[in-house]
Ligand binder design. Structure first.
Ligand code: PLP
Length: 443
């Protein structure tokens, strides 16, 4: 270890890594020791271009000076203050910054520490809202197959990723139904942007309303673009139909924007991109550029107002986390959202949408490719699974990309690409050129 670029590996055994094949990883670790802008540095001194913004979260690129110094300043001033019956200015500033870019009429923000907590908070707000209005029978939730809403019991119940549910008990939250997912290779493979096929799948919601009666349904939750399942842009007209069915029946519509939020589609939220306004938005990740954990629920003013009707001395929602609006996370959020605005990052990144789309669809004729999907600054390359060994081809592709200096995200046999919004043409060339090379070498 005399080479200053090399880092000694620590004992790998004690850390039980999340969502990881631990033994496989520890046999051949991919260790990241530093990062700047579009690149990670590995423990053996290599530069790896970040093709997935960490975990879809480092939207402004890594270690941005403006955010780092704001967090350091906050740490020197106020390390912690409760937000239960107390307050500190930075949490209010952060809420104001989020509300300022939220869809019109969504001016209230409830803080959590992750996307999973934001989802559970949103589900609880939906239940409590109906009850506050005297419609306490509205307790059912409707999620969607292949949806990912984090890993809390609420999130995996409304979520539709089988592996995330099956070993944790058959029951989960009671009274949850799922809409069908919208993935259909026969009808919509190689769609550019939103598939033209599939809006009718939203009508399944009418079937569930007929079955249960609207008076028993609290909310529908979907990701506007399903991310973790392998990138599924919504069919043209699909979200609009969900919105109008929800409106017709007094059902709340929750957009889980943990991935889409903060510029992934070139607008602050997917709600603005698709011009469909939900009742609640869950977000996290890009809210602090992932420097400090934070999640949030953005709440329609009319929903918030329903909680403000009781006696003023009573707590209006019996929910919250010790770290809701933590000073460091709040300072990071303020600096991040200021940086996004001052650099017009969402707007300038739009020029790269077409570049990513062209590069992704340029892989169509390569070996093993089953589908290519894209929207905004997101692309996915779905590979045909090996017979009887699903996931192994995707895994091998991901590892070989990493060894060649490109980090992509893997779900099953689908490679997802969602770089920081500062991505340039050179990075896109490197990312997709490397994927192409790897696909040519893969069995
Ligand atoms: N919801 C969506 C749509 C997500 O993509 C994620 C994470 O990727 C989550 C919720 C969970 O967020 P976290 O991992 O911060 O709990």
């Amino acid at each position: 270890m005399n080479d200053p670029k090399m880092h000694a590996l620590p004992d790998l055994e004690p850390f039980w890594m999340p969502f990881t094949a631990n033994r496989q990883f520890k046999a051949n670790p991919r260790m990241l020791v530093a990062a700047k802008d579009m690149h990670y540095t590995t423990h053996d001194g290599r530069q790896v271009v970040d093709g997935c913004a960490g975990l879809w979260c480092v939207n402004a690129g890594h270690n941005r000076e403006e955010i780092v110094s704001a967090v350091k300043r906050q740490l020197d001033t106020l390390d912690f203050a409760p937000t239960f019956q107390m307050g500190h200015p930075m949490a209010f500033e952060a809420a104001g910054r989020v509300a300022a870019i939220a869809p019109k009429g969504m001016g209230h923000v409830f803080f959590a520490n992750s996307g999973s907590e934001a989802v559970d908070s949103a589900l609880k707000i939906a239940l409590a809202y109906h009850r506050a209005r005297g419609e306490g029978t509205r307790t059912r939730f409707i999620g969607r197959e292949r949806g990912y809403h984090g890993v809390g019991f609420g999130g995996i119940s409304v979520g539709g990723i089988p592996a995330n549910r099956k070993v944790f008990g058959g029951q989960l939250l009671p009274h949850v139904d799922h809409l069908p997912h919208t993935h259909n290779l026969a009808e919509a493979a190689f769609s550019r942007g939103q598939p033209k096929w599939g809006a009718h799948l939203a009508d399944e919601l009418e079937r569930l309303v007929a079955l249960h009666d609207a008076s028993n349904i609290a909310a529908v939750i979907v990701e506007p673009v399903a991310g973790s399942t392998g990138v599924l842009p919504p069919p043209v007209g699909y979200l609009e139909r969900l919105r109008s069915i929800c409106d017709r029946h007094g059902i709340l519509l929750i957009f889980d924007e943990v991935i889409c939020g903060f510029g992934r589609l070139g607008t602050p939220f997917a709600a603005q991109y698709f011009n469909v306004t939900p009742d609640l938005i869950t977000c996290a990740k890009g809210i602090t550029n992932a420097t400090v954990p934070m999640g949030a629920v953005i709440v329609k003013d009319s929903i918030h107002e329903a909680f403000m009707q009781g006696p003023e001395h009573l707590i209006d929602i019996f929910h919250g986390y010790t770290y809701s609006g933590h000073p460091l996370a709040s300072a990071a959020a303020v600096a991040t959202l200021d940086l996004y605005r001052e650099t017009s990052l969402f707007e300038t990144s739009r020029a790269m949408h077409q570049v990513i789309a062209d590069a992704a669809h340029g892989l169509r004729e390569l070996p093993h490719v089953a589908d290519i999907r894209n929207i905004g600054l997101i692309a996915a390359v779905e590979l045909k699974a090996r017979d009887g060994r699903p996931g192994t081809r995707g895994y091998d592709a991901m590892v070989r990309c990493f060894e060649r200096g490109v980090m992509v995200r893997l779900t099953g046999d689908t490679l997802a690409i969602s770089p920081p919004l500062i991505v340039g043409q050179d990075h896109v060339d490197q990312i997709f050129g490397t994927i192409a090379d790897v696909l040519r070498t893969l069995d």
